[in-house]
Every structure is written in structure tokens, then in C-alpha cells.
Design a protein around this ligand. Structure first.
Ligand code: PBG
Ligand code: ZN
Length: 322
């Protein structure tokens, strides 16, 4: 036998010498949930190790995150009051707006990305305005744009629309520019699927739709070509980063997107993916840390430039990126 691939696997030094993939700490984005009140740090039942923080507790938590090397966070707000028109989403004094101001004042170097959607703020839990039982696309755009501008005004470094309305990137870009925020990038949830993997997030954010589902706006999980079309549309509307979400079951699309995208590609390692790893690890059925490492490396190997993951902090803490 002349060819023996095992020669380069004989010890860790050789394996490290030829390893093709590592995840850079700078590529990670840590999603965090912020709630009203003070002194609150409540663990999310279906996401062990993840919490809802009041603003003061969030600032405290960020001390250790920043010390470990977290460079970017993605903020989700959970308001006390929800209504039909999601008015708390674009309130200048809303929970996310206040959190962004406080975080940027204390950690000016930290990249603060905000999720732009209405589902955490609507009483019905849908991502846009209702007309009858349908989510009404065009009037929703105005509210999304208002929300994005209010986030930018609070000091957000980047906005990330996750609603999947048609034309939202263009609407948000135009509104940001008109308000003087030409330099604020948009990370578009471009290929976002109507996935069962968002379950734990909806517990965390209390944002499950009160009736029906999100299949009339989020994508059908059976469609890859349509994902490429959504991504192309977002690019034509000015998206600065495009995203595939969820991650693990959609790595084919991360690869396809990375192969053609002229802008950086993000992947969202979503709440259900996190919950499955944690549950199996707690049961003693898998080695959780090793699985986290494999998953994060898989995202990078598939071509993701930016990895949004609830594992970000523990991955840095435990050195799981290579
Ligand atoms: C809001 C939003 C959701 C997620 C990110 N932004 C939930 C949804 O679309 O129902 C999911 C994130 C996760 O599961 O970790 N639209
Ligand atoms: Zn939503």
C-alpha cells in the first residue's frame, strides 16, 4: 500500500499541522434576551445555560462575556406589553432601545446587533400586522423600518431583520438612509425557514403565534432553489450580510450560498439545535462539548463567515473552536 491517509493522523501535532478548519472567536455572535425590570436573570427552561436578563443584569453578564472574547451580540427584546401593532417594537424607550443605549455606553467596542421583527411585540405573536388571519406584507414594512431606525438611533451597530416580509431589506435601507444611518449595515435573515427548531426561542421570547403558523412568510423547508432566490433578492435590496437559518439541517444551503455570495454569509445555530445538544448531554447520551465543537466547525467548513450561536460563551470558555 502506497497511499496511507492514516500517516497524517498519528498524533495531535500532525493532525493540527494539516487541520483545514478553525472557527475564529471574532466570527461568533452571541444571542441574548433582555427583559424589563431590574435584577432579573431567569434561566430559560428549554435552553439550559441561557437567560433572560434585565438591563442591569445584562451589563453584568457582558463583563464576563467580553473578558472571554465575545465581540458581538444579537439582542432580542421581550416587552412587558404587547399589542396588535407591536408598538413597543419601535418605542424610543422600548426594552431593546434602552438595552442598546446601556450596553454601548459601557462596552463601546462591542458590536451590538439587534433583531428586527414584530413577533415578540405583537399580542397575536405573528411577525407582522394582521389583516383578517393573514399577515399583511406592505403595511408591515413601515413598522419594521421604524423599528430598525429606532435601534440605530439607540446606537445599534447593525440591524438584523428576521420577519421574512417581501421587500423589507429595501424598506429598512431606505429608512436608515433617510434618517442619516447610511453606515449601519443590514444582516438579513435571507433564507429563513418555517422551522420546528425555533420552539425553545418562542418559549424564551413568549412569541409563538397565537393561531396558525409562520408558513405564509417563512420558507418551506423543502426548497433550496427558493432560498437562493430570497438571498439574491436581499442582495439586490442592499443586504450587507446574508443568513441561512436554521443551521444544521440546512448546511447544503450554507455551502451553496457561500459559493456564490458576494457578501459575508452568516448561519444561525438556533434554539432547537442548542436544546437538543444540551438535553442529550444532560442525559449522558453524548459528549456535549465535543458535539458543540463539531457543530461549530461544521458551520465554518460549510462556508459560514459569521456564526450566531447560543454556545458562543461556553465555546470560548472551554476552547471548542478548533
Ligand atoms: C423572530 C425570530 C425568531 C428567531 C430569531 N428571530 C423566531 C421565529 O421566527 O419564530 C429564532 C431563533 C432561534 O430559534 O434561536 N422572528
Ligand atoms: Zn418574528
Amino acid at each position: 500500500m502506497i497511499v496511507r491517509p492514516r500517516r497524517l493522523r498519528r498524533n495531535a501535532t500532525l493532525r493540527n499541522l494539516v487541520a483545514e478548519t478553525a472557527v475564529r472567536p471574532e466570527s461568533l455572535v452571541y444571542p441574548m434576551f433582555v427583559v424589563e425590570g431590574a435584577g432579573r436573570k431567569e434561566e430559560i427552561a428549554s435552553m439550559p445555560g441561557q437567560f433572560r436578563f434585565s438591563v442591569d443584569a445584562l451589563l453584568e453578564e457582558l463583563e464576563s462575556c467580553v473578558a472571554l472574547g465575545i465581540r458581538a451580540i444579537l439582542l432580542f427584546g421581550i416587552p412587558d406589553r404587547k399589542d396588535e401593532t407591536a408598538s413597543a417594537a419601535y418605542d424610543e424607550d422600548g426594552i431593546v432601545q434602552r438595552a442598546v443605549r446601556a450596553v454601548k455606553a459601557k462596552f463601546p467596542e462591542l458590536c451590538v446587533v439587534t433583531d428586527v421583527c414584530l413577533c415578540e411585540y405583537t399580542s397575536h405573536g405573528h411577525c407582522g400586522l394582521l389583516r383578517g388571519n393573514d399577515v399583511d406584507n406592505d403595511p408591515t414594512l413601515e413598522l419594521l423600518a421604524k423599528t430598525a431606525v429606532s435601534h440605530a438611533r439607540a446606537g445599534a451597530d447593525m440591524v438584523a431583520p428576521s420577519d421574512m416580509m417581501d421587500g423589507r431589506v429595501a424598506a429598512i435601507r431606505a429608512a436608515l438612509d433617510a434618517a442619516g444611518f447610511q453606515e449601519i449595515p443590514i444582516m438579513a435573515y435571507s433564507a429563513k425557514f418555517a422551522s420546528a427548531y425555533y420552539g425553545p426561542f418562542r418559549d424564551a421570547a413568549d412569541s409563538a403565534p397565537k393561531f396558525g403558523d409562520r408558513k405564509s412568510y417563512q420558507m418551506d423547508v423543502r426548497n433550496g432553489r427558493e432560498a437562493m432566490r430570497e438571498t439574491a433578492l436581499d442582495l439586490s435590496e442592499g443586504a450587507d450580510i446574508v443568513m441561512v437559518k436554521p443551521g444544521l439541517a440546512f448546511l447544503d444551503l450554507v455551502r451553496r450560498t457561500a459559493g456564490t455570495s458576494p457578501v459575508p454569509v452568516a448561519v444561525y445555530n438556533v434554539s432547537g439545535e442548542y436544546a437538543m445538544v444540551k438535553a442529550a448531554a444532560q442525559a449522558g447520551w453524548i459528549d456535549g462539548d465535543a458535539v458543540i465543537r463539531e457543530n461549530l466547525i461544521a458551520f465554518r467548513r460549510a462556508g459560514a463567515d459569521v456564526i450566531i450561536t447560543y454556545h458562543a460563551k461556553e465555546a470560548l470558555e472551554k476552547g471548542l473552536l478548533r
